[in-house]
Design a protein. Structure first.
Length: 434
């Protein structure tokens, strides 16, 4: 049962053991194509459900539980897994009401081992690196990719090399990359500059590239929607709402959903809504023009995980939108941080970019694009502690141009019972008013 690499533009095919990230013929992006006809009848809901809660390697992973649709030919002893996946799907009626919806779930990928969805892709990418006999792996990163790459490379006995925009990475993410032993290189340029550089470095020095241009990364990331559907007992929601940065998740979701439908595991596709920050919105601009133009932007947003002006997976994301009758929306940093404050206060918590899912769902509901009765799943991409400094700055109202609409301010009182009693009475009254 042989899978192949296939160009999404010209259809050229390459074997999986070929060290190639884009089409040699036309430069197009590559897909990992599985023999779905051979898998038909073998891959069933019952097969995947039977592996839930498994203690066996590799099926205890929320990625490798779906191995037949991720990398059926990968030897189990080559798989590098922590394990990842098996993240919770939260039913959130209060947040649904705030967004103008009746049925909302949040899939929290921040519950992965290094605190973001990147672990799902990295288990696939680093396992492929091991299969190819590579001993060095590299990426450009806004933070989460570097943390994940560093961890999985360490587990796989490889050297990790990560490129950052100098001074623009949240400390929580930078600390992870350092702690896991990666070689951390800062450059005076944004993510898009770092991305161009790392591609040159990988090609010239024989280092395996593990940004989302690597198709094996996306095979792991598509299991987010596989797991969502399994958690919903294979009942397809009306919408899946996801933040859009480098657009790997959006691309992976479209491909994965199409495979599930072709295999008969689902009978229809949910609509995909990709949400970008206003200051990093190239896909939104393309969507508004009917994708007549592909405009690159100089990214600027406090949601650093999606601070990307020239997404690598742009063309695959456009394809996913066509397949799912999807939409693209943009939200301001104010809307992002207010939504984040609501998610955090619900006891779930997320990094800033994740909150695009809730902010975007709310905006689309207000516009009448998502109907109040429709079933919506939002994807939270990262953990609340990925950017702790921004949390404190928001709640203490120290971010220029941002109003702390849902502030939970730090309180200072004299060390007396009377002072504590007074301040608690004030907070109780404020809580009732909210």
């Amino acid at each position: 049962m042989q899978s192949v690499l296939k160009c999404i533009d010209c259809g050229a095919e390459y074997p999986l053991d070929r060290l190639v990230y884009s089409c040699i013929t036309c430069g197009g992006l590559l897909d990992v194509i599985h023999d779905l006809e051979a898998l038909r009848g073998q891959v069933t809901r019952d097969l995947f459900d039977a592996r839930l809660g498994s203690l066996e390697i590799p099926y205890r992973s929320g990625v490798w539980r779906f191995k037949e649709l991720v990398y059926p030919d990968m030897a189990d002893d080559l798989i590098v897994s922590r394990p990842e996946g098996n993240t919770n799907l939260y039913h959130v009626p209060d947040l649904a009401a705030w967004a103008g919806l009746r049925h909302l779930w949040l899939k929290h990928e921040g519950e992965n081992p290094t605190g973001s969805f990147k672990d799902r892709g990295m288990t696939g990418g680093v396992s492929q690196a091991r299969r190819l006999g590579m001993n060095r792996v590299a990426c450009a990163s806004t933070g989460n990719t570097s943390a994940s790459l560093a961890s999985y490379a360490a587990r796989g006995g490889m050297q990790a090399i990560v490129f950052f925009q100098e001074g623009q990475v949240a400390l929580g993410k930078l600390a992870q990359a350092i702690a896991y032993g990666a070689t951390c290189i800062q450059i005076p340029g944004d993510f898009d500059v770092a991305m161009r550089l790392v591609r040159q470095v990988a090609e010239s020095l024989g280092i395996y590239l593990l940004n989302s241009v690597n198709p094996f990364r996306l095979e792991g990331q598509k299991t987010i929607v596989f797991e969502v559907l399994q958690q919903l007992r294979w009942e397809v929601p009306d919408w899946i709402v996801v933040p859009g940065g480098n657009l790997g998740n959006s691309s992976a979701f479209g491909k994965g959903l199409m495979e599930l439908r072709e295999l008969g595991l689902i009978d229809r596709l949910p609509r995909l809504a990709i949400i970008q920050a206003e200051g990093a919105n190239p896909l939104y601009r393309g969507y508004r023009s009917g994708f007549a133009v592909h405009e690159r932007v100089k990214a600027k947003t406090l949601a650093t995980a999606i601070k990307i002006g020239d997404p690598v997976s742009y063309d695959k994301a456009v394809r996913a939108l066509h397949w799912t009758d999807g939409v693209v929306e943009q939200v301001s940093d104010q809307e992002i941080l207010d939504a984040k404050a609501r998610i955090d206060a619900s006891g779930i918590g997320c990094e800033p970019a994740s909150a695009c899912a809730l902010a975007g769902a709310r905006k689309l509901a207000k516009a009448g694009i998502i109907r109040p009765s429709e079933r919506v799943v939002g994807v939270l991409t990262g953990h609340v502690l990925k950017d702790p400094g921004l949390i404190v700055d928001y709640h203490t109202n120290r971010i220029e141009g941002i109003h702390a609409t849902y502030a939970n301010p730090l309180l200072r009182v004299e060390p007396t019972l009377e002072a504590v009693r007074a301040v608690l009475a004030e907070t109780e009254s404020a809580g009732r008013q909210r």
